[in-house]
Design a protein around this ligand. Structure first.
Ligand code: C2E
Ligand code: MG
Ligand code: MG
Ligand code: MG
Length: 279
């Protein structure tokens, strides 16, 4: 009887696995179709220096709107794109599109310091990545300092040599590197110190809990760590004035969040920046 129960469990498990695999395969084929039909687009979220409120950057974030108008969140489809390798060409499109928007803002005289683009481990592993980035800059007449790349602690799975040489080559072009969602991954502090980085982004999970002692202590500790390592520190997910002020007080340099502005589509962004209209 115990055996039968066990077998039943296995069968249920297999069915469930099958359903998950089917879901993923379905989402992947829908994603491919969405890319072909140009249903993916970018939104841009402003980043400010906290003390002066000066605009410093924009983060490009991917959006997928289905034919019937639903938004599928990147946290759902990015993993599928990563799993299948589709993130490599998709990431190329993101880079090219974000760089084109940066070019447009420069031409209009309303560009911030840089455009920040999220990159996945699979992109960094791709031997063509460096040339892809250089190509996106060159095609839009941009300099390296116009671009920031956001990586996460998950890059720790890459061979250290490959990672260090890739990041160093990018930085030699003037491109800056930010470590995203800091504090949520598994990378060690010695690892962090070795990587050629410019900025730490405090995960919004810690920023959201800033009102509680625990969250505040973590945000403050990450800020001090970043400052000691000579890095810029940016807090994500700032949703109110009190959080902004608390971050200023603890010495955090920059921030991003709904309190400053939600991510916006290109045309709304140009309005928000008060870019002069194109003739
Ligand atoms: P992320 O890079 O950490 O991006 C920040 C996320 O926080 C975004 O979610 C943004 O919309 C959200 N956010 C910003 N301000 C606030 C706030 O004040 N409160 C709250 N609750 N949320 C805020 P989004 O756009 O859903 O993106 C989720 C994640 O998907 C990103 O996290 C990033 O890891 C990934 N992602 C998005 N676009 C791309 C892309 O083009 N390439 C890659 N590889 N990953 C991407
Ligand atoms: Mg990011
Ligand atoms: Mg983040
Ligand atoms: Mg995140």
């Amino acid at each position: 009887r115990a055996k039968r129960d066990h077998r039943g469990q296995d069968l249920r498990y297999a069915e469930q696995m099958g359903a998950e695999a089917r879901d993923r395969a379905l989402l992947l084929s829908e994603l491919r179709a969405a890319i072909d039909d140009a249903r993916l687009y970018l939104v841009y979220q402003p980043q400010r220096e906290l003390r002066t409120q000066a605009l410093v950057g924009l983060e490009a974030l991917l959006r997928w709107r289905t034919e019937d108008g639903r938004l599928i969140p990147p946290d759902r489809f990015i993993p599928v794109a990563e799993h299948s390798g589709l993130i490599v060409p998709l990431g190329q499109w993101v880079l090219a599109t974000a760089c084109a928007t940066m070019r447009e803002m420069l031409d209009l005289g309303c560009a911030p310091r840089h455009m920040a683009v999220n990159v996945s481990v699979a992109q960094l592993r791709d031997p063509g990545f460096f040339e892809t980035v250089r190509g996106a800059l060159a095609a839009n007449g941009l300099q390296g300092h116009h671009l920031e790349l956001e990586i996460t602690e998950s890059v720790a799975v890459l061979p250290t040599q490959l990672l260090e040489s890739t990041l160093s080559a990018l930085r030699a072009e003037g491109i800056t590197i930010a470590i995203d969602d800091f504090g949520t991954g598994y990378s060690s502090l010695s690892y962090l110190e070795r990587l050629p980085l410019d900025r730490i982004k405090i995960d919004r999970g810690f920023v959201r809990q800033l009102r509680e002692a625990q969250g505040a202590r973590i945000a403050e500790t990450v800020t001090q760590l970043g400052r000691k390592l000579g890095l810029q520190v940016l807090a994500e997910g700032i949703e109110d004035a009190a959080t902004w002020q608390a971050l200023v007080d603890m010495g955090c340099h920059e921030g991003q969040g709904f309190y400053i502005a939600a991510p916006m589509e290109r045309s709304a962004l140009l309005d928000w920046l008060r870019c002069p209209a194109l003739a």
